[in-house]
Ligand binder design. Structure first.
Ligand SMILES: Nc1ncnc2c1ncn2[C@@H]1O[C@H](COP(=O)(O)OP(=O)(O)O)[C@@H](O)[C@H]1O
Ligand SMILES: [Mg+2]
Length: 321
């Protein structure tokens, strides 16, 4: 089993967590009752108030050029986020909003904290030992590190696709059905949702003749879209994609990029990429991270063509990277 596969499995309950039917959200707003009994450091000792309005002075998110009136509402709000590995700050005071029906790209040189940032958004950082997370992250106004939040449900609402395709050694059908079976959905629901998710991921036409073939026989690009289908099956609102095309050839990359345009009609999409052309092609907004700090976030065109910060300009013009 590859490290990446273990990584993805590690956030699925083994064995399935006993989530009472009454606590299962049918509504995307509801992150469920907690089966998480520990107190997360983010919730202690003095958590930011989940009801406190975000400070208007905070963050690069308040761009003078952005037109908030025309932007869709924020689905994830990050305030004063710090991540520490021992004494080293991997992320420093990040303030960022991710909007519904937008693609946000996170760019920056290798090691600047892009992966860590998106892993904080669905508490995947909890499965990396030794990381300390401080600050506030809200999903639709709910503190995701709050004690009432079930991390398994959170990870269904805020789904993640990894750098390398992490298909399970199962059939195409069972890969997509995986989360649905954990949720103990009925046969009919599983059947319908698998087909629907494969359609949404642009794979159904290619694979419909044999959904029971092993997922391992698919091409890399198909495997990556299968991982997207698996995330879509459990009704996410946000999709986190960590360099999803870095192991794909140009034509498979294009299919994934085309898919992002479809997906953003319904989902908030957050994509980490070190490929600036890709960010320019797919993202409505782009955030530039450098050494764990958010240097600038803006509409993609503005960030590339008229950055406010010298550092951003140097990066987007290829002076370092
Ligand atoms: N679990 C961890 N423990 C210690 N250091 C870590 C851990 N995860 C990431 N880091 C460090 O944090 C920095 C940012 O890593 P990462 O978020 O993977 O960057 P990027 O995705 O931008 O390449 C790197 O220096 C990396 O070594
Ligand atoms: Mg990374």
């Amino acid at each position: 089993m590859t490290a990446a596969l273990e990584d993805e499995l590690s956030y699925l309950p083994r064995p399935p967590l006993p989530i009472p039917a009454s606590a299962k959200p049918r509504d995307a707003e509801d992150l469920g009752k907690s089966s998480f009994s520990g107190v997360h450091p983010m919730s202690s000792p003095s958590p930011p108030s989940p009801t406190a309005p975000p400070s208007p002075s905070l963050g690069a998110g308040s761009s003078p050029w952005a037109s908030p009136a025309t932007r869709p509402p924020s689905v994830i709000t990050v305030r004063e986020l710090w991540v520490w590995a021992g004494k080293k700050a991997i992320l420093s005071d990040i303030n960022l909003d991710f909007a519904e029906r937008e693609v946000t790209a996170i760019i920056g040189p290798s090691g600047c904290g892009k992966t860590t940032l998106i892993r904080t958004l669905n508490r995947m950082t909890e499965v990396s030992p030794g990381l300390k997370v401080r600050g506030s992250i809200q999903y639709k106004g709910q503190d995701i590190y709050g004690r009432a939040v079930n991390p398994v449900l959170l990870r269904q609402r805020v789904g993640m696709v990894f750098q390398r395709p992490t298909v399970f050694p199962l059939s195409v059908f069972e890969n997509v059905a995986f989360g649905l079976r954990l949720n103990r959905e009925s046969r009919d629901v599983v059947e319908t949702k698998v087909v629907d998710s494969l359609k949404r991921a642009g794979l159904y036409e290619e694979l419909k003749d044999n959904l029971h073939r092993s997922a391992l026989t698919l091409s890399g690009g198909q495997q990556q879209r299968l991982c997207i289908a698996r995330a879509l099956a459990v009704n996410p609102r946000v999709l986190l994609l960590d360099e999803p095309t870095s192991s794909l050839d140009p034509s498979a990359t294009q299919k994934v990029e085309d898919l992002l345009f479809e997906l953003k009609r319904e989902y908030a999409v957050i994509i980490v990429t070190h490929n600036m052309q890709q960010a320019a092609r797919v993202a409505d907004r782009t955030a530039f991270l450098y050494q764990g700090k958010l240097i600038e976030v803006d509409e993609t065109k503005r960030l590339f063509e008229n950055p406010r910060e010298k550092l951003t300009e140097s990066y987007v013009t290829g002076r370092f990277g």
